[in-house]
Design a protein around this ligand. Sequence first.
Ligand SMILES: Cc1cc2nc3c(=O)[nH]c(=O)nc-3n(C[C@H](O)[C@H](O)[C@H](O)COP(=O)(O)O)c2cc1C
Length: 173
Amino acid sequence: MRRIPINIYEYAGQILEQLPKGILLSSAANGKMDTMTIGWGTLGTDWSLPVFTVFVRESRYTKVLLDQNPEFTINVPPKESDVRRILGFCGTKSGRTVDKFKEMNLTVVPGEKVASPAIAEFPITLECKIIYEQDQDPAAIPDEIKRRCYPTGDYHTAYTGQIVNAYLLVGDF
Ligand SMILES: Cc1cc2nc3c(=O)[nH]c(=O)nc-3n(C[C@H](O)[C@H](O)[C@H](O)COP(=O)(O)O)c2cc1C
């Protein structure tokens, strides 16, 4: 197995095109790890740093882990792959009760600069360290979006991760 360093901005189009269909956000803390499907996120620049911001609802087990260890990886599948079953599973089951890596036969690869894992089947990898986080302020969200996205009041926290490492996983695992 090799990690081939990538230029984030050369892969930005592919990452952002895949995002609404689902990519994975992986986390780890205190001997536990988890991965969940995300469809929302922002790849860009903040404070002159390359960043990826994820939006994680209060109810997610991922939030528990991110709050214990402020690091995550973003895992993006290859263009030609069919990962709908994995994205469906990781987007509906919680790491509180299920080992999603095991159930989906995902090959866990240790992160290089963060404790959160990379995933061989989702080889485009961004390793991120959280440098800013903010709970969404319900009062600042338009009423139409509040009705549509937050009927139960399960709001998001925005976690901005500085991208500290970006690579493609290749070869045998
Ligand atoms: C396509 C898709 C996109 C999703 N995007 C997000 C997201 O951006 N933020 C979020 O909090 N949950 C999102 N979810 C829901 C979580 O993936 C889901 O609740 C998951 O079971 C949480 O896992 P966890 O409890 O192990 O963290 C999405 C689900 C799907 C299927």
